[in-house]
Ligand binder design. Structure first.
Ligand code: ASP
Ligand code: MG
Length: 421
């Protein structure tokens, strides 16, 4: 049994979706297909949410109407007339759900509203994909991932209830696979015990694929992307990137954690724990070898693995009364960060101060700084970047930081991290 994950780019247009048929055939059966929203739908839904939350209901509905038309057109391009008529009715029900959520925007918590609206992107794309595959002779079962992935109610960043989800997955997916051999479900979404929708964090479909694979269990997961495999850096940011043929879970989890956009950071743990290899393959050319991520005993010589995390803030937190930043104060500080759900990307402490690099999430940072300022003085450097290089050499470090202001540098044997302006 295999799990395939298709991201937004792989189904960005009806033509792209058509081009996946041979890949589905190549996957054989049983096959679990995890799909995200098509193209930039999630971004567009985020824009709808923003309008709604800022009280511009009409603008929200207008933006939503454009998305609805686009989805209808997409379905029409792929389905038979009868198939399209049925699909249109089904899609309409999902659109209505979003309209209700927009009406709730003033009443409910921001993150809750976000999840109720944004989750529908994957529901729409998978509904169309499943119906299209059925018409093309790839009989499959569509399963709502919100019946599989149970989470707590930390909207936008929930914890998955692994035991409950495993039970659900085995209960629903295994019999469906017996019946049709192919299951289509959504990445990125889950639901709470109260049946509210949750989303697992941007690009979270990878994580869903890993959870499904670990819990079924499957032999492997393949993530189909528009690149030839895992590269040592983002080609949009760095020249001369190279493809990595094989890499350990450990290397990849470090890269993802520090902001490499290649794979959602939570993806690796379930796969490593169950020892399931993860393939990164190119949907544009299935003959390309791609990358395999797995446990390995071979000692590879890796090229420098480069990750640039943009839109960071550097905070310097200093005790007002000159008390040392040692265990007692550190614990207090960590508690404050934890309470505000701010993840620390880099940390360094001195006698009476602590410097941390965090994501620039305006809403969270404002509350964090307010909480910190009760006992500490806080200085802020806006708009900095965190550069991480694993397997660095002095020359690559010099090349990548030339002409930039270095605000902080940390080196270990394998890794260098710098905060630059
Ligand atoms: N559609 C979601 C996003 O764009 C999840 C995903 O693509 O994995 O973030
Ligand atoms: Mg996506």
């Amino acid at each position: 049994m295999q799990v395939y994950k298709f991201g937004g780019a792989s189904i960005a247009t009806p033509e792209r979706m058509q081009a996946l048929l041979p890949i589905i055939a190549y996957g054989g059966k049983p096959l679990v297909v995890v799909v995200s929203a098509y193209g930039k739908t999630t971004n567009a839904l985020e824009a709808v949410v923003k309008e709604a939350l800022e009280g511009r209901r009409e603008a929200a509905l207008e933006k939503l109407a454009a998305l609805e038309t686009a989805h209808n057109d997409y379905a029409k391009a792929l389905l038979s007339p009868a198939g399209y008529d049925a699909m249109k009715q089904r899609l309409n029900e999902y659109y209505t759900e979003m309209h209700w959520a927009i009406d709730d925007a003033g009443i409910q918590h921001h993150d809750y509203v976000y999840d109720q609206i944004v989750c529908i992107g994957e529901i729409l794309s998978t509904s169309i994909f499943s119906a299209y595959l059925n018409e093309q002779g790839y009989t499959n079962r569509w399963i709502d991932a919100r019946d599989l992935i149970r989470t707590d109610d930390t909207y936008r960043d929930p914890l998955v209830d692994l035991d409950f989800s495993r039970n659900q997955i085995q209960k629903h997916v295994l019999p469906a696979l017996k019946e049709t051999g192919i299951v289509i479900t959504q990445g990125f979404i889950g639901s709470t015990a109260d049946n509210n929708s949750t989303t697992l964090g941007r690009e979270g479909s990878d994580y869903t694929a890993a959870l499904l694979a670990a819990m079924l269990p499957a032999q492997s997961v393949s993530i189909w992307k528009d690149v030839e495999g895992l590269l040592n850096a983002d080609p949009k940011l760095f020249p001369n990137t190279v493809r990595i043929e094989e890499i350990t879970y450990h290397e990849v989890i470090e890269m993802a954690y520090y902001g490499a956009q290649v794979i959602h950071p939570k993806t690796i743990k379930p796969l490593q724990n169950a020892n399931i290899p993860l393939y990164v393959k190119c949907f544009l050319d299935t003959k390309l070898k791609g990358t395999v991520i797995q446990n390995t005993t071979d000692a590879f010589v890796y090229p420098p693995l480069i990750v640039l995390k943009k839109d960071q803030i550097l905070l310097q937190v200093t005790s007002r009364d000159f008390s040392f930043i040692t265990e007692e104060n550190l614990r207090n500080l960590y508690d404050i960060f934890h309470a505000q759900h701010v993840k620390i990307n880099l940390i360094q402490n001195a006698a009476i101060s602590l410097v941390v690099c965090v994501d620039n999430r305006e809403d969270k940072i404002r509350l964090l700084v307010e909480a910190l300022e009760k006992d500490y003085k806080v200085l802020k450097n806006d708009d900095v970047q965190l550069l991480t290089i694993r397997h660095y050499t002095p020359s690559i470090l010099e090349e990548l930081t030339k002409g930039r202001v270095l605000l902080l540098e940390q080196k270990t044997r394998n890794t260098v991290q710098v905060v630059v302006k």
